[in-house]
Design a protein around this ligand. Structure first.
Ligand code: SAH
Length: 438
């Protein structure tokens, strides 16, 4: 998948064509990471933050927030709860809080690792290399640090440096990997000023960084932040929309481009579309959910964006709902720690079946729609349906009153409009599968 193709999908608004993308991502997910949905218990251990990111409600400059930092004992109780609920991983997240002392956290990590079988993921912002090393030596397995956007100018505009230290999350991600962490990163979709090309580059960067985990969520405006108060910087046609659909496109493309990564149906997706967000993400490439285990009195204060703590339910209640959602999709809850590296290497991908497609290029068929755009569209549809298309033009079939004509393998189809492509290809996919299964 190249940049041009990624851009095509990001700009595609045809529901029938998009269905091919959703199917492709779902198939890739099934083939590479299976039907398991891994649950990671999330604990928001502190909402203190030394940064003033222009998107985040926890920014230091927001004085409306009451700040908290959880005690070790409270965090250990959450770890015990994660074990009781059968989760394989505990995620400790916070603002960038130097009040979380490196040695203190290392002691807590050792205790969690000594008393539970949980994998431990940290998401504590840009900490010093010595802190990151200490925590890994203490037993932390994974680290999440989103690069937020690959557009350097946009990143600098929304993510100010702290003092004289220049923020370089890509360098930290590389270092985390060298230290031995499984590394996760990701982006927000629809940041004001984020264009389609930028988002395509974000997706290509997921591949370049060989990420173990990829978190993608819609940008949600927080009124107490600079991004919540400024006029839109791009014309609406150029601006990526902060919608569930755009987030799902990004997620689906991330799955296709990094087939064996762990990709969560993020909280921001569930907040933006409380009814169906999670299911949508899970059927379009996601294989992880991070149920929130933060005690409600703290959770209410961890207001990265509005709506996040609107439905604060007891952990066992939301756990039941999540398990029901997973079962309703015909999937199951993953067992074990569910890390990327622990997983057996995926068998090599099957070579896609070749599909011969001949497009009538007679002048009448051409004027009825068999033009370059339709061919391009057809190629996309065929590839998304899992075929390696061999498209050729041929001369008039002498039946131009019923055109446009397209021949797939040995069958001639008449009056083929682009909206019919997905159906036709589905039919051929079924035939190819039958032939394969004997
Ligand atoms: N302090 C840590 C953890 C941040 S919270 C860090 O900076 O890495 C995790 C993620 O929430 C951020 O990386 C960002 O991508 C996302 N986030 C922050 N503000 C948001 C908003 N207004 N809308 C949607 N997502 C947001």
């Amino acid at each position: 998948m190249d940049r041009k193709e990624i851009l095509h999908w990001l700009r595609c608004n045809d529901p029938q064509e998009l269905q091919l993308l959703w199917d492709w991502a779902d198939r890739t997910r099934r083939e590479h990471v299976g039907e398991a949905v891994h649950l990671r218990g999330l604990v928001e251990i502190s909402n203190f933050c030394a940064r003033s990111c222009h998107y985040c409600g926890l920014r230091a400059a927001n004085h409306q927030v009451s700040r908290y930092r959880m005690e070790a004992e409270e965090i250990l109780q959450c770890a015990a709860q994660a074990m009781q609920l059968g989760y394989g991983t505990l995620v400790l997240q916070s603002g960038e809080d130097e009040g979380i002392e490196a040695e203190w956290l290392a002691g807590l990590i050792r205790q969690i690792k000594a008393t539970t079988s949980l994998a431990l993921t940290l998401s504590l912002g840009e900490r010093s290399e010595s802190d990151l090393q200490l925590w890994h030596e203490a037993g932390a397995d994974r680290y999440l640090l989103r690069f937020e956007t690959s557009d350097t100018a946009l990143y600098r505009a929304i993510h100010p440096d702290r003092g004289t230290k220049v923020s370089d999350r890509l360098a930290i991600l590389r270092r985390l990997r060298q230290l031995g962490y499984e590394t996760g990163s990701g982006v927000m979709v629809g940041i004001p000023g984020q264009g389609y090309e930028t988002l395509a580059d974000d997706i290509l960067l997921f591949r370049e960084l060989d990420l173990d985990m990829i978190g993608i969520g819609p940008f949600i405006v927080h009124p107490e932040t600079p991004l919540g108060q400024m006029p839109p910087p791009l014309p609406s046609s150029a601006q990526v929309e902060p919608s569930i659909e755009m987030t799902c496109k990004t997620l689906a493309l991330a799955r296709i481009i990094r087939p064996d990564a762990n990709i969560p149906a993020t909280t921001a997706v569930a907040v933006m579309d409380a009814g169906q967000g999670r299911e949508r993400a899970l059927t379009r490439g996601a294989n992880v959910i991070m149920p929130n285990l933060t005690p409600p009195r703290f959770r209410e204060l961890y207001t990265i964006y509005p709506g996040k703590a609107d439905r604060v339910e007891a952990a066992d209640q939301s756990d039941r709902q999540i398990r029901d959602q997973i079962a309703a999709l015909g999937r199951h809850v993953g067992t074990g720690q569910g890390g990327r590296r622990g997983r057996a290497q995926k068998k090599p991908t099957k070579t896609p079946t070749t599909l011969r497609i001949a497009v009538c290029m007679g002048s009448s068929c051409y004027s009825r729609g068999n033009n370059g755009k339709a061919i391009e569209n057809l190629r996309h549809c065929a590839e998304s349906a899992g075929f390696a298309p061999e498209i050729s033009g041929h001369l008039c079939e002498d039946q131009c009153t019923q055109g446009p004509h397209i021949t797939i393998e040995d069958t001639l189809y008449s009056n083929v409009q682009p909206s019919c492509f997905p159906e036709l290809l589905k039919h051929h996919l079924a035939t190819a599968k039958e032939a394969h299964d004997g």
